[in-house]
Design a binder for this molecule. Structure first.
Ligand code: GRG
Length: 319
């Protein structure tokens, strides 16, 4: 899934303008800090969140190039995303991200954490310049990301992990930032409060769908496509929906999870239709909720259609 899938005319140009803003906002007089903070950001990334913030502006003000404020808001959001990835790679002891060495390997755990904090600092400056409401939304979202991540940590290697515990973790670690992205994009575009709320909820359920499918792909896709080892979540003890469903159904898998040597056999089991289908059903529930909130919002018709297509595409995504 790529932002250009949104097929909105000014998006390509606005994303190019976004890259300039991003690059200007990641600098430091300290050489190591500058290269570490630029490493993750310039190593790519799909720029989904910036594209979503920009598209929310089109949703309110029509398909015109967005204001500098929107680009700065999108930049603050991407900086928080990148900062969280730095911390995540340390927490997970990652080796690769986006087919490159992860930040902790390329530099060190300490540099990854400090540069991640540095990115959060830069995001805070940008959001403070956009006003205290925006700064507050972003600060609260950082707290939600941390809570989501700590919930995930609490259930690592827990073969009794429940669907509810899983959903709570991804609400915090992923959906909250998607929700705030839409809220910030709509607020900075002068949307009415009901529209801001509807787009925020749309973003939340889009984020839930995105993470559920992302986690499914971790089990069903290949290392090359993922840019990190397939089945990584299982090795890390992050038991996602297909694993939770298989644990509720198949006692053999509980034993197999005790030893990483069984990874390939575990993958064969959890990829079974009877565990993948209910996972997709939960994703579809979020697609339906996101669609309801979109349909309730009074936004540009072309953008609405594009968001609806994006939601449909998410459940069929392979990358
Ligand atoms: C320091 C802000 C902060 C948070 C600390 C570590 C942590 C708490 C949160 C991490 C949350 C996390 C890594 C969530 C996963 C989010 C996610 C879906 C990442 C992948 O997003 P993509 O596919 O990534 O948009 P690209 O590479 O395209 O940018």
């Amino acid at each position: 899934m790529k932002p250009t899938d949104l097929k909105l005319a000014p998006l390509k140009g606005d994303l190019e303008r976004f890259e300039d803003v991003l690059s200007k906002n990641v600098n430091s007089e300290h050489k190591l800090m500058e290269s570490a903070s630029r490493y993750t950001l310039l190593a790519g990334g799909k720029r989904l969140r910036p594209a979503l913030a920009i598209a929310c502006s089109y949703a309110i003000n029509g398909l015109e190039p967005v204001s500098q404020e929107i680009l700065n808001g999108a930049c603050a959001i991407e900086l928080v995303h990148a900062g969280s990835l730095h911390h995540d790679d340390v927490i997970d002891n990652a080796t690769t991200r986006r087919n490159l060495k992860s930040i902790n390997v390329q530099f060190s755990n300490t540099t990854a954490i400090l540069s991640g904090d540095y990115l959060l600092g830069q995001a805070s400056i940008l959001s403070a310049e956009l006003g205290s409401d925006i700064a507050k939304i972003l600060a609260e979202t950082i707290m939600e990301l941390c809570v989501g991540q700590i919930i995930e940590q609490q259930n690592l290697f827990d073969t009794n992990r429940t669907v509810e515990q899983y959903l709570k973790a991804i609400e915090g670690k992923t959906a909250s930032l998607f929700a705030s992205t839409c809220k910030i994009g709509a607020s900075l575009s002068g949307a009415a409060i009901q529209t801001i709320e509807a787009l925020e909820k749309f973003g939340f359920h889009l984020g839930m769908t995105f993470q559920i499918i992302d986690d499914l792909l971790d089990l069903t896709s290949t290392s090359k496509i993922l840019g990190k080892p397939a089945g990584n979540d299982i090795n890390e003890g992050n038991y996602t929906l297909p694993v939770i469903f298989s644990l509720q159904d198949n006692s053999e898998i509980r034993e197999m999870l005790q030893d990483p040597i069984h990874l390939n056999d575990i993958l064969k089991i959890v990829k079974h239709k009877k565990y993948v289908d209910p996972t997709k059903e939960i994703a579809l529930e979020h697609v339906n909720l996101a669609t309801d909130f979109l349909n309730r919002s009074e936004i540009n018709r072309e953008v609405k259609q594009s968001f609806l297509k994006l939601l449909k595409g998410l459940t069929q995504r392979t990358t």
